[in-house]
Design a protein around this ligand. Structure first.
Ligand SMILES: [Zn+2]
Length: 190
């Protein structure tokens, strides 16, 4: 795979996520796995300013030994997802407002959103709560095969076997249906 092309895709999807309001400037993270390497967004760089040269490239074995340079603090969560399913090519993590609201309200994504969106999104997994960026944050997603994971009281992880645009499209659909359901629940409150 062409590393420069992947870096460009990470930068473009980062900016779309910011522009659509799915993250604030320093939130979220995006990665690709290429052979034994992981390419990931850096910690602390605003997503609307991010450039190809900012993308951190690390040997996965070095990451396992604890090396992370200035990679996102969520790198171990991404790694746990790649370890779970070798066919996953890339991952994005965002904080979409309406999806988080539904999670906070304890709404059942499977029953209430997916009657319409199931075709596009498949089965959504809601993880246990873990503090973001900690080893526990990686453990709550390890072994979960679903492409979409709602991280309790935190955000979402979306994996793709294709590319980051595919993950981004799923994020858009998830947030759209979450927004519709949230408004429906507000107006139909008994
Ligand atoms: Zn997060």
């Amino acid at each position: 795979m062409d590393i420069e092309k992947i870096k460009k895709e990470i930068v473009e999807v980062s900016r779309f996520m910011y522009n659509r309001g799915y993250i604030t400037s320093k939130e979220g993270n995006l990665s690709y796995k290429v052979d034994n390497f992981i390419l990931i967004t850096p910690s602390g760089t605003p997503k609307f300013k991010i450039k190809e040269d900012d993308i951190v490239v690390l040997d996965i074995e070095d990451v396992r030994k604890g090396l992370k340079m200035n990679a996102s603090s969520e790198i171990f969560t991404h790694l746990a997802c790649y370890d779970t399913d070798d066919s996953v090519k890339c991952i994005l993590h965002a904080h979409p407002e309406n999806t988080i609201l539904l999670n906070l309200l304890n709404e059942d994504f499977k029953k209430k959103i997916l009657f319409e969106a199931e075709y596009f999104l498949g089965d959504i997994y809601v993880s246990e709560y873990a503090t973001p960026g900690t080893p526990e944050g990686a453990e709550v997603v390890r072994g979960v095969k679903n492409d979409i994971i709602v991280l309790d009281k935190h955000g979402v992880i979306i994996k793709s076997k294709k590319d980051l645009w595919d993950a981004f499209f799923k994020l858009e659909i998830l947030e759209k249906y979450s927004s519709l359901l949230y408004k429906y629940l507000l107006f139909n409150k008994q």
